[in-house]
Write a protein that binds this ligand. Structure first.
Ligand code: SAM
Length: 349
């Protein structure tokens, strides 16, 4: 047992804060024992706020047309092997209809940055969803827009916005993205979203190329200071048709360790056990919950497009990943002592 590691974890549990160098130390000294210790504390922290409930979100992948060329992403502009699609408003509403019947009370519209999803168009779709399902929350995850555009989406009824910061280190950001994309603009978007009043989510991939324990420590400090309502943390998984196609994937262990640490930074956080975690390991989703996560985002996209939204190779899109298999997911969660609930699942702050 590393006494110093446990002392740091205890301090994080009490204060929700460490120095960057302490985060880095915690990351460098991770071990089976540390993982177990921090997960135990994380579960206690999440249970104090959310009991054993798990919130589900119906993920609608609205399109894979993207103007950006992120080095890691399978739907990047330069991937000519990507079979592009864009859902119509009617198709999106059909997904919501099906999702509502299954018990979903949050719909997440996620997609590439596609000019056809202008702020006006997004507002139109959001208003329609809110009119038809006033008891549901709408989360958007459509990338970077101007402040006034985000404001219009908020006014149209969108409740939450997910925009992973990807890395809190500018040099690292520049290795993951082409020069036309900017770290400053990503951060500007996040601060605008939070300021406007969205429940805002940041996040990053674990094991992304050129990531170091130093950049991860900065991610943790950023999360502590930004204090988002949601945080998406999942392993990087390579996609063969990207410049990072031959890079190693992030590990399950480090992802779980980070989920637990982030739970201790902010016990009320809405923290998903991601699809990427489920892709990496058969029981990855359960392991994420047992590390302190409290949200799962099953796929509600039409079956015909699911394979096309391939951010990384072998992305889960069947079995317990799909809404149709919600019962299986429910049983899997019950087996580890958790319960999927029908609720909007807002943050309890
Ligand atoms: N365009 C929107 C945006 O940029 O926020 C939303 C869609 S984007 C594809 C959603 C997230 O997928 C990204 O924030 C990124 O972290 C994740 N992602 C992309 N490629 C990935 C990969 N190879 N492995 C794991 N996650 C990946």
């Amino acid at each position: 047992m590393n006494h110093e590691v446990n002392t740091l974890i205890d301090r994080l549990e009490q204060s929700g804060s460490l120095d960057i160098s302490e985060y880095e130390y915690l990351l460098s000294k991770r071990s089976g024992e540390a993982l177990e210790y921090v997960a135990k504390k994380a579960v206690i922290a999440r249970k104090k706020v959310y009991g054993n409930t798990i919130y589900i979100r119906g993920l609608i992948e609205v399109g894979n047309i993207c103007r950006n060329d992120c080095m890691y992403c399978g739907i990047r502009r330069s991937n000519s092997n990507c079979d592009r699609y864009r859902l119509t408003k009617e198709q999106i509403l059909e997904c919501c209809h099906e999702g509502y019947e299954h018990g979903f009370r949050t719909f997440v519209m996620q997609g590439g940055e596609d000019g056809a999803f202008s702020a006006g168009r997004v507002c139109e779709i959001v208003s329609e969803i809110k009119k038809l399902y006033p008891d549901c929350a709408v989360t958007l995850s459509l990338g970077e827009y101007k402040r006034a555009e985000y404001k219009a989406m908020f006014n149209a009824g969108a409740d939450r916005y997910l925009l992973r910061h990807e890395t809190a280190d500018k040099q690292h950001y520049e290795k993951l993205h082409p020069s036309e994309m900017s770290f400053e603009n990503r951060m500007r978007c996040l601060y605008d979203l939070k300021d406007i009043g969205f429940q805002t989510g940041c996040g990053f991939m674990v094991g992304s190329p050129y990531q170091t324990l130093g950049t991860l420590a900065k991610d943790l400090k950023f999360i502590e200071e930004f204090s988002p309502q949601m945080c998406g943390i999942g392993p990087f998984i390579p996609h063969r048709d990207t410049p990072f196609g031959n890079m190693a994937a992030g590990t399950l262990e480090l992802t779980l360790y980070l989920l637990s640490i982030v739970r201790l930074i902010k016990p009320t956080l809405l923290l998903p056990s991601t699809t990427a975690l489920g892709t990496l390991n058969e029981t990855g989703r359960e392991r994420g919950i047992l590390a302190g996560a409290n949200v799962i985002m099953p796929n509600l996209s039409p079956l015909s497009v699911r394979k096309k939204y391939e951010l990384y190779n072998n992305k889960l899109c069947s079995g317990a990943e799909t809404a149709e298999y919600l019962n299986e997911l429910r049983a899997r969660m019950e087996r580890i002592g958790y319960e999927i609930v029908i609720a909007r699942g807002d943050i309890k702050e």
